[in-house]
Structures are given as structure tokens and as C-alpha cells.
Write a protein that binds this ligand. Structure first.
Ligand code: ADP
Ligand code: 2JD
Length: 286
């Protein structure tokens, strides 16, 4: 039997963020808040002579919807660790749509590689490599920080070692995705970042409602709302449903009575729960 290690990381819907630029990738990141979600990325690592990554998007029944080879941030992380491995990732949520899957893929894959090759990395070391890969590849700023634990996470200082407060919640979250919004296009643009910084709300939320109101105010002031997102937000407003835009994706997330019904006419809503915990190893076989 081939020896494999399997790990999971939750994804993260960012509600609002502000880039904090530091002198190195480790000191660069974002502050802001988001929901760590129970859907994310499952990574399976096995021994290989080269660095190989297979990325799969699967449906609710586990059937493969799309398959591709390679993941630049993940290959960067393997290079940084000076290891070779074959990694397969699987996710049910769409990639690039603001569900923090690049960070989840990194955290799950590095955790699996660490177990497979018995590298002895601590959680903080896994998060540090994942965060550096995100920053270097402009695929995220605060998702790795958030996905170290569960809840509605408010990041008060940048980087995976930063100060984070977490509020647990058993409220259902409903999300729709109209397609990707490439993260590098936004966080690599000085103009976008300036507007995003000016839109940043003050203080950390103390409950889900406070998180939604801050997220929505940010989305409106950020200039990032697209026409399809606008239509869904207006429908939520008309139905008295708390909602905002998935940062950074062309999507909407909502909560409370009627959220699913209001979003259903747009495209199939996805049901999510607030995660209870962060990335973790599931098993080592063989
Ligand atoms: N499930 C995954 N497995 C491997 N790599 C991934 C995965 N999801 C995202 N990535 C990497 O991250 C890049 C997209 O990053 P980004 O636009 O930030 O997506 P997201 O919003 O889902 O985090 C992809 O091109 C790929 O290199
Ligand atoms: C919003 C974003 C910069 C990107 O998030 P995603 O597109 O999901 O990778 C996130 O990392 C954050 O700092 O809040």
C-alpha cells in the first residue's frame, strides 16, 4: 500500500480587509474580518521524485467536475521546504471566488506533506510557510491567519502570528458565486488598495450581525461590487436578509431566515456552517 497523508483546511470568506505592507512577506498581510467555513480543501500527499500537484473541483457526491495540474503557490511552498511530493487537492467550492481556497490548499497540503515526510513542523511553522506563499503569489493576505482556527475571525494585526479574536456561531451561511475575481488583480493594484483602505471599518464585531454590517459598509465603499453581485445584494435587502460580497470573488454570502430563498433565483445557493476549528491532519495510511 502506498503511504499517504491526508489533511483538511477550512476555507474563509473575507468580509472586509486592509493590506498592511511589511518589509518581508512574513510581515506583510491584512487586518479585517471573515467567516472560517466548514467547506475547504482536502489534500492527499504521497512520495514522489518531483513536485507534482493535481487540483480537483468535485461535486457534493464526490464526482470530479474539473481537474488541472499545478498550483504555483503550492509548488513555491514545497520548494521553500526543500521537499518533493505528489499532492492531490479536492474542493467542492469554486476556486478563485473568494472562499480562501488558495490558503486552504496550502495549509492542508503542507500539513499532509509534514506528516508524510515526518518533517516535524509546528502549526506556526506550517502557517508561516503557507502565508509566505500566499503573499509572494498575491493569492491572499489574511486567509492563512484566519484558517488557523474557526469562528468569525477578526484579525487585529497582520500575519499568522497576529492578534485574532474569534466568535463561534451556529448560524447557517448561504452563498452564491457568479464567478472568479482574480485576487492578484485587486491586491496588486495601488488604486484598488487605496479605495479598500479608505473603506475599512473600525473595531472588531462582537456578533454575526456586527460582522455583516461592517462587511456590507466596506463592500459598498470599496468600489468592488459588480453588477451581478449588486442584483443579489438588492434582492437580499428587499427580503430583509443580511448579506455582503465575498472578498475577493463575484459572490454574495447571506444569513438568517429567507437567505436561501432570496438567493435561489440567481444560482444554486451553497449552504455553509461556521467552522469550529482550523486546519488539521486527518490520517496517515500505509
Ligand atoms: N484547491 C486548490 N488546490 C491547489 N491550488 C489552489 C487551490 N485553490 C486555489 N489554488 C491556487 O490559488 C490560485 C487562486 O488563488 P485565489 O484567486 O486567491 O483563489 P481563492 O479566492 O479561491 O483563494 C490558483 O490559481 C491556484 O494556484
Ligand atoms: C481578501 C483577501 C485579500 C483574498 O481572499 P481570497 O480571494 O479568498 O483569496 C484575503 O486574503 C484577506 O486578506 O482578507
Amino acid at each position: 500500500m502506498v503511504r499517504t497523508a491526508v489533511a483538511f483546511s477550512p476555507g474563509h470568506i473575507s468580509g472586509y480587509f486592509r493590506k498592511i505592507a511589511g518589509e518581508s512577506p512574513a510581515l506583510t498581510g491584512s487586518i479585517g474580518a471573515g467567516i472560517v467555513i466548514d467547506e475547504g480543501v482536502l489534500a492527499t500527499a504521497s512520495a514522489a521524485e518531483r513536485r507534482e500537484v493535481v487540483v480537483r473541483e468535485v461535486d457534493a457526491g464526490g464526482r470530479v467536475r474539473s481537474e488541472s495540474q499545478g498550483s504555483p503557490p503550492l509548488e513555491y511552498a514545497m520548494e521553500r521546504l526543500n521537499v518533493r511530493a505528489h499532492v492531490e487537492t479536492a474542493c467542492r467550492l469554486p476556486i478563485g471566488a473568494g472562499f480562501g481556497l488558495s490558503a486552504a490548499a496550502l495549509l492542508a497540503s503542507i500539513t499532509a506533506i509534514d506528516a508524510l515526510l515526518e518533517l516535524g513542523l509546528s502549526r506556526a511553522e506550517i502557517a508561516a510557510v503557507a502565508h509566505e506563499a500566499e503573499v509572494v503569489h498575491s493569492t491572499g493576505l489574511g486567509d492563512v491567519s484566519a484558517c488557523q482556527g474557526g469562528g468569525i475571525a477578526c484579525r487585529e494585526t497582520p500575519g499568522p502570528g497576529g492578534r485574532i479574536t474569534r466568535i463561534p456561531s451556529d448560524q447557517e451561511i448561504w452563498a452564491v458565486s457568479f464567478g472568479p475575481l482574480p485576487t492578484p488583480d485587486v491586491i496588486g493594484s495601488a488604486e484598488h488598495l487605496e479605495r479598500v483602505a479608505a473603506a475599512f471599518p473600525t473595531g472588531c464585531p462582537t456578533d454575526l450581525e456586527g460582522f455583516f454590517s461592517r462587511s456590507r459598509a466596506f463592500a459598498e465603499a470599496s468600489g468592488l461590487v459588480t453588477a451581478d453581485v449588486r442584483s443579489a445584494l438588492e434582492a437580499c435587502d428587499a427580503g430583509g436578509v443580511l448579506a455582503s460580497m465575498t472578498m475577493l470573488g463575484r459572490g454574495v454570502f447571506a444569513t438568517g431566515d429567507g437567505a436561501r430563498e432570496v438567493l435561489a433565483p440567481f444560482t444554486e445557493p451553497i449552504r455553509l456552517n461556521v467552522a469550529e476549528s482550523g486546519f488539521h491532519l486527518l490520517e496517515v495510511r500505509g
